[in-house]
Design a protein around this ligand. Sequence first.
Ligand code: ZN
Ligand code: ZN
Length: 350
Amino acid sequence: MVIRITQIDDEVDDLDPVDTAATDPGTRLSPPPGVDVTKIHAGYLGSFVLLHGIAALACLPWFFSWAGVAALVAGIVVFGQFAITIGYHRLLSHRSFHAPKWLERTLATLAMCAGQETPARWVAWHRVHHLHSDHREDPHTPLVSLLWAHVNWLVYEKRDNLQTFSLYDRYARDILRDPYYLWIEKIPLASCVFFVAHAAVFALVGGGLSLAAYGPSAEALRLTASLLVWGVALRTVAVWHITWSVNSLTHLFGYRNFDTPDGSRNNWLVTILTSGEGWHNNHHADPASASMQVRWWEFDLNYRIIQLLAQLGIVTRVVPPRHVRDRLRAEAVGTPRSPAELEIPLSRAA
Ligand SMILES: [Zn+2]
Ligand SMILES: [Zn+2]
């Protein structure tokens, strides 16, 4: 069963926005315990600088092609929207719906190719964020600084790198029960390996198509280079900044529907960039829900996609918003039903 958005809208139509954040945006925090701001994480900083440098080649006319632009847009949808926001975030981090293993692992593999760390690490960091949001233990609160929340939290060494087992044991145990995700963790520099492998596949396919179109020529070389610059480097950088903007902008700028104990806000710009993740205050108020929509105009495209997949029978156990879950539980008191029938998983994180 999938709860229709119109049902949700009717029940929260009289909701008034909350003007004040529980966490004062003027508060300044130090970086979280365990972060060593005297040591740069060379791997992250190096990859950020390298990819931004290659992406900047898109400014040169020689690298432009409409095929490259199409690869950029399609790549943002596939890697940014489907893999990161629906896969890593709503599916793996919050278990807000259930997907068959082939789909879950496909989304996680694509997310790895987006250069955003392994499933266990991404999920663990995100669950820590929800648990300690905008408090000192939050890995990327903007109360340290806007730049910290956006990217700097990744640039410095964390002692928890030495305590990965403890981090995973507390926050990603369910992820590592899957042998595929456990296998990924055992690959040295797994994120880098997946990224380079997918770029190589992209080069082979793009090169092959370019040769088929133009034969062995300078034009084929130019089109291949264009596909790599626009479809891999620029797309990766764009998806990084789109994902990072959820951590930075939506904890500083926007309005609030719920007086959550953090500075989360609903930000329409981030919503457009992420197809729904920008309704971040709604999400912090009810992180288990597959939907981030509360008001009728807070359109959540990612939820609509999850709904569509459920209607097609591909995904199941889509978790509805809290007030709908409460109503279903109340209705179930008179007629006992299993949690599966109520589309509520037996256990879920965050
Ligand atoms: Zn947040
Ligand atoms: Zn979340």
